[in-house]
Design a protein around this ligand. Structure first.
Ligand code: TXA
Ligand code: MG
Length: 323
């Protein structure tokens, strides 16, 4: 790891700049979490509503008590088991977490990412780094440094290249701020993984229809092309339907070759959910670049990593309000 890069990143953060950082999930757009002006710049650069709270990234679990209070046994066990890793915990905040980060809520989201470069920067910086995914608001998250440059370009002071992200989908967000443990966003760590550690049932989804909770916005994680999610057995039928509607740049994602009408193209993708998750966002971006109008993809099984894939694909397929 080039330590010069780490030093530059720390200097940039200290003077209130923005640093794009690789993590094991997706690339983040980082700022000093205690510098309110820097945090506000994240929202401006992303085009993200200021009520949408950010995750504070930490170098180690022990730093959790600086940012959060009322840390329950469930929270403690989850942090011990899964950090560093693709898990974000929502907890009651301390005064250190400003309204700029939390969107005015009384909770804060915390995560220790599992990427050597991110951990080196966090360790050398010493404080928390507030970072959302380093994409324009509503677009698919970046899983390479190139994706970050394509979305945010010169508006980021420094982009650290840590290679393609190992997980490829955003972290599992678990709300441990109340009695009931809730998964607000599925990720590589499944609901069952969480339930096993906390030793009681875990609820999927937020307590109320709060717009600030992830997933409540419909058109998230979306490429430019339309996305159509259907049962695997219906892929060819759906492609034919799209072509019959006059579309002639239809991409059909499937592990197996299919018999497709003219105008539809088979795009080979991995059969297992984990590998598909790793390359999903890169594939969606690449299909956009190639000018596809519609992407037809099979609905994954609702188990393990498949839960996260289903969530992202369903949101990519949801009606788009803002474009
Ligand atoms: O894997 C990830 O989590 C990546 C990497 C960079 O760590 N980050 C990421 O950040 O996906 P972002 O901002 O794109 O998504 C974070 C989600 C948002 O949907 C936000 O609503 C939710 O976390 N969130 C943040 N603070 C929250 C809070 N206090 N309560 C509920 N949800 C919160
Ligand atoms: Mg995001």
């Amino acid at each position: 790891m080039a330590s010069g890069e780490v030093t530059r990143a720390v200097e940039t953060l200290r003077r209130g700049g923005l640093v794009a950082l690789p993590t094991e999930t997706v690339y983040g757009l980082g700022a000093d979490a205690e510098n309110e002006l820097a945090v506000r710049r994240i929202f401006a650069v992303k085009g993200r509503p200021s009520t949408h709270p950010l995750i504070v990234h930490l170098a180690r679990r022990e730093a959790m008590t600086q940012w959060a209070t009322n840390i329950t046994l469930a929270a403690e066990s989850l942090a011990r088991t899964f950090w560093p890793g693709p898990l974000t915990l929502v907890l009651k905040r301390t005064g250190k977490a400003s309204d700029a980060i939390t969107g005015g809520q009384d909770t804060v989201a915390l995560r220790v990412p599992n990427h050597p470069l991110a951990l080196a920067v966090l360790d050398a910086f010493g404080g928390g780094i507030a970072a959302p995914s380093a994409n324009r608001f509503g677009h698919v998250s970046p899983t390479t440094a190139e994706h970050v440059r394509a979305d945010l370009g010169s508006e980021v002071d420094l982009v650290l290249d840590g290679g393609p992200c190992e997980v490829g989908l955003e972290s599992t967000i678990v709300d441990v701020s109340g009695e009931t443990v809730r998964v607000l966003r599925p990720g590589a760590i499944s609901r069952d993984d969480v339930a096993r550690i906390v030793g009681r049932p875990v609820v999927m989804g937020a307590a109320d229809a709060d717009l600030r909770a992830p997933g409540m916005l419909q058109s998230h994680y979306a490429p430019r092309a339309g996305v159509c999610v259907v049962p695997a057995a219906k892929l060819a039928d759906e492609a034919a339907r799209q072509v019959a509607h006059g579309l002639h740049r239809v991409a059909v994602l499937s592990p197996q070759p299919l018999t497709l009408p003219d105008g539809a193209t088979h795009i080979a993708v991995p059969a297992d959910a984990q590998s598909l998750g790793r390359q999903l966002y890169a594939t969606l971006r690449s299909l956009d670049e190639q000018g596809y109008e519609v992407i037809v993809v099979a609905l994954p099984d609702d188990a393990g990593f498949g839960q996260a894939l289903r969530d992202r694909l369903t949101k990519a397929a949801a009606p788009r309000e803002r474009r």
